[in-house]
Design a protein around this ligand. Structure first.
Ligand code: GCU
Length: 357
């Protein structure tokens, strides 16, 4: 047993490549296991969402050509779709490299952010355009308010709570999928290169969006930590109790029962990463983000890696040691970087994601 294997053994994780009923997982039946893992995570952590609506309508509210020194077009759109209680709409901002279109399709980031501004400290818009990528930006509070409103507003109010147990993370991920619906109708998007991206609670959201919607070719989860990319068993910093006490509305109620009882969870967060296989996952972590715990984020990637190996792909290519500052491990479909500094979605992180999409 090498060092990493020994560290993983200590965490006593539920087995990834074995169905809940004990059957072994193969390349042929992996999709069934993937769906089982998504189901376990929805049941125990994030809650169940309503089915996807059968249409999404986009209305252009504003259009500015030649923004960012002429390099991009910025449009404000409203996306609306039917729900159990009538039409629900939320605004998005679409930023495209000038010239993107049917003859020049571009990769697109579906980016969910903490603020509506474009650009923003988490959103180096011009640099993304320079890399030839488009972005559709969601402001998360436009979908579901990030606070205790007892699910009385936003998208939560549009569905019966006794039927759908979804918490706010699941709601934000649902909105990312509605943007994906919209992208199916445009001529500019390279649909084989659409990534979900978010930071921190919205990094958790980006992983969940890609796990629940296979149209995403990649998930970029920045500093997502607890209930995101980090293993919960043996985790330093934030654990179930801390996160559920402060943010119960991010989750379904079941998650609370694992506070200080992590060993009883029939899952761990490597399930969330593996539920995106064989597609690409990029994890961004920061040295000083000990609340998220870079070592547990790394070990989670190690534990999820066999889901890719099953497809004869490289999963997480890593040395037999814990990460060191500056590590940038992107030799497989599951990439991980540990940058210097604090909890933040920095240009350095974006540069990694731009290289990988
Ligand atoms: C809190 C929370 C984290 C979360 C972070 C954020 O620190 O405990 O789980 O990732 O907020 O979203 O900024």
């Amino acid at each position: 047993m090498n060092k990493i294997e020994a560290m993983l053994a200590e965490r006593q994780l539920p087995e990834l490549l074995r169905f809940a009923d004990g059957r072994a997982v193969t390349k042929e039946n992996f999709e069934a296991r993937r769906l089982e893992m998504v189901d376990i995570l929805c049941r125990e952590v994030y809650g169940y969402a309503p089915p996807a609506p059968d249409r999404v309508t986009a209305t252009v509210l504003k259009c500015k050509e030649k923004e960012f020194a002429g390099k991009g077009r910025v449009r404000e759109l409203s996306l609306s779709f039917p729900t159990d209680r009538g039409e629900f709409a939320f605004p998005v901002t679409e930023i495209l490299p000038t010239g993107a279109g049917a003859d020049a399709r571009c990769p697109v980031f579906v980016f969910i952010n903490f603020r509506p501004e474009v650009p923003d400290r988490y959103f180096p818009t011009e640099e993304i355009l320079d890399a030839g990528c488009g972005v559709v930006r969601i402001y998360y509070n436009d979908v579901a308010f990030d606070g205790e409103d007892h699910f009385a507003g936003g998208i939560a109010a549009m569905y019966d709570r006794t039927r759908y147990s979804w918490g706010k993370l699941r709601m934000w991920a649902f909105a990312m999928s509605r943007v994906m619906d919209y992208l199916q109708t445009v001529d500019y998007a390279d649909l084989s290169r659409v990534a979900a991206v978010g930071h921190s609670r919205l990094g958790k959201t980006a992983l969940l969006a890609a796990a629940t919607d296979t149209r995403f070719a990649m998930a970029c989860a920045n500093c997502s930590g607890c209930a995101g990319d980090a293993l919960t068993r043996g985790k330093a910093g934030e654990r179930v109790k801390q996160i559920y006490d402060r943010f119960p509305y991010w989750f379904c109620e079941n998650y609370g029962k694992y506070a200080e009882k992590e060993a009883q969870m029939p899952f761990d967060q490597h399930f969330l990463l593996a539920a995106i296989a064989p597609r690409r996952v990029a994890l961004g972590t920061a040295v000083e983000d000990i609340w998220a715990d870079p070592a547990s984020q790394y070990l989670s990637a190690c534990a999820a890696s066999p889901a890719w190996t099953l497809f004869d792909q490289k999963g997480f290519a890593h040395p037999d040691r814990l990460p060191v500052p500056g590590d940038c491990l992107d030799g497989g479909m599951l990439a991980y970087h540990l940058r210097e500094g604090t909890h933040f979605l920095s240009r350095a992180d974006w540069h990694r994601y731009l290289c990988l999409l």
